[in-house]
Design a binder for this molecule. Structure first.
Ligand code: SF4
Length: 143
């Protein structure tokens, strides 16, 4: 397993409102769903779709693809439901959190764009540990 030092945010409340706002563009920002090669392969084998039918090539660190959108929404969004929820990309699993690397430590950032932030229970440290584990597995699968 790839070791990742990380710092999780404290005292953040979050409860998903199932609004699907994170699955597409809004009036003031575009949603960029970057994909690892392993994620594209997994989605392709799960759906039977050719990679370039749902993803465009991209070059952004370890990410090599970008999810295509239709009318500003992820191509896999149906109503407010994700058609590939069980195998959704790490970026989608992380939302409304994202990770940036500073001096070798991964820092979680919170998207204030998500209406679920500030609602529900405090997010426990284990939640972030699980996300880091998932990201580490996805990164390992690309080799
Ligand atoms: S924007 Fe936030 S509340 Fe809405 S579906 Fe995404 S994670 Fe859930």
């Amino acid at each position: 397993m790839i070791r990742m030092n990380f710092r999780a945010p404290k005292n953040v409340r979050y409860e998903c409102q199932r609004c699907a706002r994170c699955c597409g563009d809004t009036s003031h920002r575009g949603r960029n769903i970057l994909l690892l090669p392993s994620e594209v392969e997994q989605i392709s084998s799960h759906t039977g779709l050719r990679p370039l039918s749902f993803a465009s090539p991209a070059s952004n660190g370890v990410y090599r693809y970008r999810m295509k959108k239709r009318s500003g929404k992820c191509v896999f969004l149906e109503g407010k439901a994700c058609r590939i929820y069980d195998i959704r990309p790490v970026i989608c699993r992380f939302y409304p959190f994202s990770v940036k690397r500073y001096n070798g430590t991964y820092m979680f950032e919170v998207s204030r764009d998500c209406p679920g932030i500030g609602l529900g229970n405090l997010v426990p440290p284990e939640h972030f540990e699980r996300m880091v584990k998932k990201a580490s597995e996805a990164l390992q699968a690309r080799n």
